[in-house]
Design a protein around this ligand. Sequence first.
Ligand SMILES: O=C([O-])C(=O)C[C@H](O)[C@@H](O)C(=O)[O-]
Ligand SMILES: [Mg+2]
Length: 429
Amino acid sequence: MTRDLTIAEVRLTPILVADPPLLNTQGVHQPYTPRLIVEIVTADGTTGIGETYGDTKYLEPARALAERLPGRSVMDVNGLFALDLAVDESRVRDAVDAGGLRGVQSADKLRLSVLSAFEVACLDAQGRALGLPVHALLGGKVRDSVEYSAYLFYKWAGHPAGTAAGPDPWGAALDPAGIVAQARELRRRHGFGSFKLKGGVFPPEEEIAAVRALAEAFPGHPLRLDPNGAWSVATSLKVAAELGDVLEYLEDPTLGTPAMAEVAAGTDVPLATNMCVTTFGEIAEAFTKDAVQVVLSDHHYWGGLRNTRHLAAICAAFGVGVSMHSNTHLGISLAAMTHVASTVPDLHHACDSHYPWQSEDVLTERLLFTGGRVAVPDGPGLGVELDRDELARLHRRWAEDDGALRDRDDAAAMRAGEPGWHPPVMPRW
Ligand SMILES: O=C([O-])C(=O)C[C@H](O)[C@@H](O)C(=O)[O-]
Ligand SMILES: [Mg+2]
């Protein structure tokens, strides 16, 4: 049977997803975070799905793009990226991203962050039409499961204003004992074997003590600390010296490639980043200065699964390692992350994922971590199914919001608990 893979319809559904009060150097996660679900439907009734950031600045270009797709082939992904997609430059000029933690803001990055969800939806639709998993469309998996690390956060017991669902079951984690207890619980539930602590929240001595406590509790397990650029070069070098014996890598200890290069020159601890190398244009300086030894890919802002593979190939050529960054995301993105990660030969670090923190999802069946790994789906497309009732429920929450939560703002969420809070001037310590 010849299939008609002409795009007939594109559906965009912004949603608000419950998020626990996880702390970072900019503030705290809002009770609900915006995501955008993209569905691309072909003339023969095949539907592909994708997911990206749902803040207003992404919704606007996503809507413009959606209008231009009917009549194009879902197979024409190169053509999708060649479309001249206008974005509102003022949305990114001098702006920090949601949470302030994903590096430079540019019109091109905004564009890629939108296109990525459409690319994933096209690949999902292609896979469904051809009866092939997405990893096969990317050249084939080189592993059957992908390892993820436990993403540890300092956190409050509940959101200051509470939520309809009440406090989450995780409780507070504000000191080394709380972080170790959280790590034990994540390991008990999901079997994670490596641990990343989101730092930059408390003075470095407290975070050093937390990592030391983790090293004692989980001897020999890979550990990472990520203060999102909150430290000076001197502080970064001090932390690296104190934790060098237990860290797999230190992630974005300080801001900017020149400062990262200074730190890298003064320590043997590998430096990882999802802040100073977040676009292809930033690679040359960082790699030639040997500023980073591991790049955290993220298909959302690098522009999709194929670009993630390009990034991995460049890293391999320069002998730079690859890991994977995550922001609050749902199962569609976890499936996409797992497919692409399964095809990257030189992936030697467990990937990050916020998924264990998400109690809600838009899939009919949640993806599972077993022994800290997600099995690579082998069904057609992404191998996951949309739960339309849940999608509608989370969309209703978005529609009923007065606008306060539609654009993620960790500093504003922090002010609910600490009035007068402003994102700190960097370096904070
Ligand atoms: O590795 C990272 O830098 C992140 O995951 C950034 C995120 O925004 C994280 O800090 C968060 O969710 O608060
Ligand atoms: Mg990071």
